[in-house]
Ligand binder design. Structure first.
Ligand code: ADP
Ligand code: MG
Length: 324
């Protein structure tokens, strides 16, 4: 199968909303009147962002999910995406699974594939997403103000626990591992929450490199600091530990490290004035997204973690950095 047959077979679908999709030199997009285009690009490299053994359908989901998560963090509504794909050979079973996972998530968000590029090379997936947001309405990293409360969606640290099981550094009971693995391989981009937070949140970011590092980006961009209750961020496994008893899951300090610096969560961390608490809760309810208040923005720069009793944690939680 040649390059163009492959594109036609697996990636060309009629566009519904965009004026022009796959098949010409450019695609054409039509953001609504008064809207700005929100654009973001994320690359997934085999061996670095995913294991070679991953189910291609889950990989198709994740490749788009991590990009939609960036739109969510800006409060942008998904419109379309492009896919640049390099792969060592034409593996039809792989392409079939990959495109199925990709389009299932794309359809769920009415986000259409409008173009891309396909070449031979190491397995590498690069998606660019396009969304729309009213002029001046995007959620940015720079808007946090002293006194704002800090919120996070979902749970943090679960994906990292699964990764550590793959690395052999910890063991989990099979049903718990399956849950953590699903969080790692099929993250849920919080698009509806991001949209519902427009006009409410003062700043937002999605957690891809760990809460500690990503929240620090918000604090630096906003010229503020924060204190966060480390144990309010505890993930899925804290809930399971509670239910199944200690011993069923890793100890609290491992869970804490994963929650604060684990990465690959694709949850939103955002700030809002304390008076907007009820509006945040309403946004969470209306979109069916769990959220938790985890801390407060302060004028004193830096990010401080405390335990449930308010005692300052000495441990540092380094952010993921590809070149550190
Ligand atoms: P060009 O040479 O003009 O860059 P290509 O020959 O690379 O175009 O691609 C032909 C058409 O197929 C273009 O519309 C391009 O956007 C689309 N395309 C190529 N690869 C992909 C892909 N992986 N997914 C979706 N569309 C693709
Ligand atoms: Mg090309």
């Amino acid at each position: 199968m040649g390059e163009f047959d492959l594109i036609a077979r697996y990636f060309k679908r009629p566009v519904r909303r965009s004026p022009l999709g796959v098949g010409d030199d450019c695609a054409l997009l039509a953001p609504g009147p008064g809207m700005q285009l929100a654009v973001s690009c994320d690359m997934l490299v085999e061996g670095r962002h995913f294991l070679s053994t991953v189910d291609p359908e889950r990989l198709g989901h994740k490749a788009l999910a991590v990009n939609l998560s960036d739109l969510a963090a800006c409060g942008a509504k998904p419109l379309a995406f492009t896919l640049a794909l390099s792969m060592p050979s034409v593996d039809e079973a792989w392409l079939e699974g990959f495109s199925r996972g990709l389009f299932a998530l794309a359809d769920a968000h009415a986000c259409e594939l409008v173009g891309g590029d396909t070449t031979r090379g190491p397995l590498n997936i690069c998606i660019t997403v396009f969304g729309e947001v009213p002029v001046g309405g995007a959620l940015l990293r720079s808007g946090a103000r002293p006194g704002d409360e800090i919120w996070v969606s979902g749970t943090l640290g679960d994906a990292r626990l699964a990764l550590e099981v793959f690395r052999g550094t910890l063991a989990l009971p099979a049903p718990v591992f399956d849950l953590a693995r699903a969080r790692m391989e099929q993250p849920t981009p919080r698009v509806a929450l991001g949209l519902a937070l427009r006009g409410i949140a003062t700043a937002a970011i999605d957690v891809s490199d760990g809460l500690s590092g990503d929240l620090s980006h918000v604090l630096e961009a906003s010229g503020v600091g924060a204190t966060v209750d480390a144990d309010r961020t505890a993930g899925l496994l804290a809930i399971l530990a509670h239910r199944e008893g200690p011993g069923a899951v890793p100890d609290a300090s491992t869970r804490r490290a994963c929650a604060l610096a684990g990465g690959d969560d694709y949850e939103l961390v955002f700030t809002a004035p304390a008076a907007s608490g009820p509006a945040v809760e309403q946004a969470a309810r209306s979109t069916g997204t769990p959220v938790a208040r985890i801390g407060r923005v302060e004028s004193d720069p830096g990010l401080r973690f405390v335990d449930a009793g308010g005692a300052r944690l000495a441990q540092r939680f380094a952010a993921f950095d590809h070149f550190a």
